[in-house]
Design a protein around this ligand. Sequence first.
Ligand SMILES: *[C@@H]1O[C@H](CO)[C@@H](O)[C@H](O)[C@H]1NC(C)=O
Ligand SMILES: *[C@@H]1O[C@H](CO)[C@@H](O)[C@H](O)[C@H]1NC(C)=O
Ligand SMILES: *[C@@H]1O[C@H](CO)[C@@H](O)[C@H](O)[C@H]1NC(C)=O
Ligand SMILES: *[C@@H]1O[C@H](CO)[C@@H](O)[C@H](O)[C@H]1NC(C)=O
Length: 240
Amino acid sequence: MFHTFVLFCLSWWSLIGVFGTKTNEIQSVSVMEGDSVTLNSDLTEIHEDDDILWKYGAENSLIAKISKERHIFSSYDDAPDGRFRDRLKLDDQTGSLTITNTTTEHTGVYQLQITGAKRSSKTLSLSVYARLPVPVIISNSSHCSSSSSSSNCSLVCSSVLNVCDATLSWYAGISVLSSISVCDLSISLSLPLEVEYQDKNTYSCVLNNPISNQTTHLDINTLCHTCAGTTALMIYVCIY
Ligand SMILES: *[C@@H]1O[C@H](CO)[C@@H](O)[C@H](O)[C@H]1NC(C)=O
Ligand SMILES: *[C@@H]1O[C@H](CO)[C@@H](O)[C@H](O)[C@H]1NC(C)=O
Ligand SMILES: *[C@@H]1O[C@H](CO)[C@@H](O)[C@H](O)[C@H]1NC(C)=O
Ligand SMILES: *[C@@H]1O[C@H](CO)[C@@H](O)[C@H](O)[C@H]1NC(C)=O
């Protein structure tokens, strides 16, 4: 009796284990805004008695349905709110779902449910990242005119974003000097840097998200020219 009970517990646990891995395994997919992405069904072919459902988001909105037996083969691109309009393509061989011309609004959780001879489900987490603008480096000229830091050039790197998942950093060579990734209401990032005019390092300002980056290299001679020029001119004026 006791043995049977242990056996029962073991098989119960292993059952939970199997379900646990099946439902908790979330596949992550990342793309750049504007790209197409295919949510893979992992099927090589759809069986005659398979029903396939694709659902999106917390509300589990039905966005596509295949029932080979009943000749249903539809995507519902008005669900939940039109964000998928004219963007869904179903593969009639595999049941994979392609979203074309993605926007950041398509970020979210997608669920594939297959019912038929074998039941299975699959969860995908899609992240669509915005295309990043090239960061802009300007010299902070007001700071430059203050005589206290005449051997230094004050710079600011900045970027205006329409999303919050990006980081702006100053690099000297390949080392990070400073970073900022605050997302406030204005959604603009700016990061200062102080360099000496004679500095021979190569500085760059990098805006990056998890899948891409945009880099602007600092040209000290061009950007810090005005400050140096003023100093040089003053010396020139004094000599004469
Ligand atoms: C992609 O979507 C944007 C709006 O989200 C639209 O302006 C653009 O025309 C679309 N491009 C294509 C090729 O459909
Ligand atoms: C320029 O430097 C001054 C003084 O350090 C600072 O108050 C100001 O915010 C800086 N300007 C920009 C655009 O960062
Ligand atoms: C000038 O810049 C250097 C290095 O960037 C810094 O250590 C120093 O404190 C700065 N000097 C002034 C007067 O701001
Ligand atoms: C920027 O992206 C390129 C590839 O596109 C990569 O080689 C480089 O290391 C990245 N730079 C940074 C600072 O992340």
